[in-house]
Write a protein that binds this ligand. Structure first.
Ligand code: AMP
Ligand code: GLY
Length: 425
């Protein structure tokens, strides 16, 4: 089949790499793609959130199947429009993509289905939200309801901070995303991510990962989209994974199906492993970035066929996802200035040298200037390696990082530290 992959980051480079190797993929297109993706795919200069232009491209290019990388086109109804012209899409229709698009929607679904998650209230204006604070201990979590590019979550240590966050959100600091606010109980524990594929009815596990959101070593400095990740996350033991499937993932898929809005795609559950068991922090309706890169480097099999099965109600008949038992770890190389204003245009050399020995350097934010690859985003490269332990995967990833010549870039030097420390015990 001919496949259109939507997106332009490291997540999509990793997906493109696996899709291009899939026996069931005939021709791969990407919109808009990036210089890493163009090695495997014909790239079309269409923005990932330009739903109408994407649909028009599908109509005119004999596309059989669309794989959505990011959430924005899904929340905007891409899968609905493609469904209307009988093109299967990996990624949910808008009604089910509300799992990511509206935190209040997800909290209400959890409440109805008895899914373990933090206690919460939804508030429609600042006065209501300020009054609701009285029911929560400190710290308290204040969230803008809608999509806020990962920035709409404030953990307030004091009541004054909480009130300021509420006023900011209703004052438009996150645009339309803050038209409604969710106030949540603060959960404590270790965070882990879990991925499952759903075809609307059937669900299969697709592995676990942990990421590093802060920009600096030792988990310091501002939040980012993720500075590195590893998979699997050993804290999420087989027993805990089973509990997550039974108590969180399956009830979610069942509730959406019962509502007449079945979920087809990947469910990315952000979890807090609390003393009372795993609790859902949030859902995303896409693979994580950079979590996808470590999942893809472990994946074995025909990814295109598996994702197509999820998109067409065929997961029960499809071979279950196969991930190697190796560990994978990815280090994000970012441009100086990230997560503020990243420096653009810095030349990158040494990618082929870094990839010697089975390491993959996925392009996250690059451009091609003549024959040179240059930085063109905040997160620029994802240096991804495998090993028999997280420690080995980490050593191989950093050895590759050290072969890169990217003077205007930086990375964290401690990706995987929690697990490396546990492995040393
Ligand atoms: P989210 O965008 O919902 O994933 O939130 C971003 C980050 O905020 C999460 O990865 C957690 O570290 C933190 N967070 C969100 N909700 C809570 C909560 N209820 N308790 C503790 N931390 C939270
Ligand atoms: N790395 C976190 C995310 O993709 O949301």
């Amino acid at each position: 089949m001919n496949i259109l992959l939507i997106g332009s980051g490291g997540r999509e480079h990793a997906l493109a790499w696996q899709l291009a190797q899939s026996p069931s993929c005939a021709k791969l297109y990407a919109a808009p793609g990036n210089p890493g993706i163009e090695v495997y795919a014909e790239c079309a200069p269409i923005a990932a959130d330009d739903v109408d232009a994407l649909v028009a491209f599908v109509r005119t290019h004999d596309i059989d199947f669309v794989v959505a990388g990011p959430e924005a086109p899904l929340v905007a109804g891409l899968a609905d429009k493609l469904h209307a012209i009988d093109i299967p899409t990996f990624g949910p229709q808008a009604a089910a993509a509300r799992l990511e698009g509206s935190k209040g929607f997800t909290k209400d679904l959890c409440a109805r289905a008895g899914i373990p998650t933090a206690a919460y209230v939804r508030c429609a204006d600042a006065a209501e939200a300020r009054a609701a604070l009285a029911d929560f201990a400190l710290p308290v979590v204040i969230k803008a309801d809608g999509l806020a590019a990962g920035k709409g979550v404030i953990i307030a240590e004091t009541r004054a901070e909480a009130e300021a966050a509420i006023d900011d959100m209703f004052g438009g600091a996150f645009g339309g995303a803050g038209a409604e606010v969710v106030i949540e109980e603060f959960l404590t524990g270790e965070e882990a991510s879990f991925f499952a594929l759903s075809d609307g009815v059937n669900v299969v596990a697709f592995g676990s990962a942990q990421d590093h959101k802060r920009v600096g070593d030792g988990d310091t400095g501002p939040n980012t989209g993720g500075m590195g990740a590893y998979s699997p996350a050993p804290v999420l033991t087989a027993d805990l994974e089973g509990e997550v499937m039974e108590r969180i993932i399956r009830p979610t898929v069942a509730a959406l199906a019962a509502d007449g809005t079945p979920y087809a795609g990947v469910l990315f559950a952000g979890l807090m492993l609390t003393d009372e068991g795993p609790k859902l922090i949030e859902y995303n309706c896409r693979f994580g970035d950079p979590e996808c890169q470590v999942l893809m480097i472990r994946f074995r099999g025909d990814l295109a066929a598996l994702l197509h099965a999820a998109a067409t109600g065929g997961l029960a008949e499809a071979p279950p996802p196969m991930l190697t038992h190796d560990y994978a770890l990815t280090v994000v190389m970012a441009a100086n200035g990230y997560p503020g204003t990243p420096e653009k245009g810095g030349a990158i050399r040494g990618i082929a040298e870094a990839e010697a020995g089975g390491v993959r350097v996925f392009h996250a934010g690059t451009a091609r200037e003549d024959r040179t690859i240059v930085a063109a985003g905040g997160r620029v490269l994802n240096v991804t390696a495998t090993g028999k332990s997280v420690t080995e995967a980490q050593a191989r990833a950093y050895a590759a990082v050290d072969k890169l010549d990217f003077p205007t870039g930086f990375c964290r030097r401690d990706i995987g530290w929690r697990e490396v420390a546990r492995e040393a015990e």
